[in-house]
Design a binder for this molecule. Structure first.
Ligand SMILES: [Zn+2]
Ligand SMILES: [Zn+2]
Length: 473
């Protein structure tokens, strides 16, 4: 069983950290417990050159650090994180074009098993658009034609629609997408077998749409800085092999599940206008006729509303055989809440490093570390926080129109001052702490369902910029 995070960006993509280089990405993959990381941005000339210089072939279709870099990685990474790190050649392409009578803007993830195959795709795309200005290039190309170019890269090359539900840039997006994935790729639609759920939706929402039954659901971080790796990820039980992974995405066999955000945390979950500070539940924005009550312009319709529009099943439906999923927040957020600082503070970084040293990679801490061990290493508050997280007992404030939502483990005042954080009284450990009980990727428990009876929202906040709620991405 291993984790893959196949949508990330290099430092050559707009708004990305300068640390998005191969060595940092490998270091953070180890620290998170991710085995296969997308390279991102393989169509960018400078990044492609760096990949060719830093990586060598490993298992079929996968790449690894060259020996000097691997040695340096092992010297600098925590001894408790001894797993393998592999890279899969990946890129995200933004297509923008007229389709039907509308402007279409769709983001796609494309994958290749060799540098040569990637180079063939790059060569074809370089004749159509400028690939050097942005690691995630914007190309005036029909999505169907991008798929054709991808498939022509050679055996094993495939395409996955990225963050399928986001309003502005996605195959099913409310602003510039389609109502059916097949309408986007037309005669080549049979070559698309998976979609990325994106941060603002999770499988439970996708399962409500029977039109998506033919697609496997995958999740990735879309990280713009290395510490964001693995905030969403896909769990696989197939061989560590590009072609086996592609087959798992195609057939579902070997696809064990996904790590998800609480979808409310995603930045396009509800409807609204960020600039106007207006955030609305779907029924509320319907009452306003889809028009912002503050500025009179059309609202940005979020993922929850869009899913409701395309859904033909009730909330809670789960297709037979669908892999499970686990909702998580990042360990730095959990610790940040406990120490009462932002998740990127030095204090949090030091504490998370200490925890990783004691307990192993972050995803393992979040999902399966026995709470007794967590309590010993990190204190009662952390054990309580992870118990709540694993049960989905979190406080959520939903994101909208590009503004991230927030997920908290403790109600205001529950923790007292930050100093008392790791000193909550010892807790009774629940029976579910029995070793093995929380092993990853067992059939996940029935997911907590999204609220599909839309409650009337509290009055939209006059200004809803919530400092600190936005990640550095
Ligand atoms: Zn994108
Ligand atoms: Zn407005």
């Amino acid at each position: 069983m291993f984790y893959a995070d196949l949508h990330i960006h290099s430092r050559f993509s707009r708004a990305c950290s300068r640390d998005c280089d191969i060595e940092h990405l490998a270091w953070w993959a180890l620290r998170k417990g991710i085995t296969v990381v997308g390279t991102g941005d393989f169509t960018h000339p400078a990044w492609a050159a760096e990949l060719a210089e830093s990586l060598i072939p490993a298992e079929p279709g996968l790449l690894r650090l060259r020996p000097e870099l691997e040695q340096r990685l092992r010297r600098t990474s925590p001894r408790s994180c001894a797993g393998a790190v592999r890279f899969m050649l990946s890129a995200e392409i933004s297509t923008i074009y007229r389709g039907g009578d509308r402007t279409r803007k769709v983001h796609h993830l494309i994958y290749a098993p060799t540098l040569e195959a990637a180079a063939r795709i790059t060569e074809a795309l370089s004749k159509i658009g400028n690939l050097a200005s942005d690691g995630r290039p914007i190309i005036g190309l029909d999505s169907r034609d991008l798929l054709e170019i991808t498939l022509a890269g050679g055996p094993g090359c495939y395409l996955v629609p990225a963050h399928a539900w986001t309003p502005w840039f996605a195959v099913l997006g409310s602003k510039s997408g389609f109502d059916r994935v097949a309408d986007c790729y037309r005669d080549l639609a049979d070559h698309v077998f998976a979609i990325e759920t994106g941060l603002s939706s999770d499988p439970s929402l996708n399962w409500m749409c029977s039109s998506l039954d033919g697609y496997r659901l995958v999740s990735n971080s879309d990280a713009h800085s290395p510490p964001m790796l693995g905030r969403e990820a896909t769990t696989l039980s197939c061989d560590l092999d590009y072609f086996a992974m592609a087959e798992a995405f195609r057939s579902g066999s070997g696809l064990a599940g996904t790590i998800e955000f609480f979808p409310e945390e995603g930045k396009y979950h509800l409807d609204g206008h960020r600039k106007c500070g207006v955030r609305l539940e779907p029924d509320e924005s319907d009452r306003y006729g889809g028009i912002c009550p503050a500025c009179g312009k059309p609202l940005t319709i979020g993922v929850l509303h869009r899913v409701a529009g395309l859904a033909d099943r009730p909330a809670g439906y789960r297709p037979p055989g669908a892999p499970g999923f686990t909702r998580l927040v990042q360990l730095r957020q959990v610790v940040g809440e406990i120490v009462a600082t932002g998740p990127a503070s030095k204090k949090v970084a030091a504490e998370v490093s200490r925890l990783v040293g004691a307990l192993g990679p972050e995803l393992g801490i979040l999902r399966e570390a026995p709470l007794a061990d967590v309590q010993r290493a990190g204190g009662g508050a952390l054990a309580e926080a992870l118990d709540r997280l694993r049960q989905g007992a979190v406080l959520r404030e939903a994101g909208y129109d590009g503004e991230y939502g927030t997920v908290r483990l403790f109600a205001p005042g529950e923790l007292g001052s930050g100093a008392a954080l790791f000193d909550l009284p010892a807790r009774e450990l629940p029976a579910r702490d029995v070793p093995g009980r929380d092993a990853p990727d067992r059939d996940a428990p029935a997911p907590r369902l999204p609220r599909m009876t839309f409650r009337r929202p509290t009055a939209p906040p006059a200004t809803s910029r919530r400092a600190g709620s936005r990640h550095a991405t």
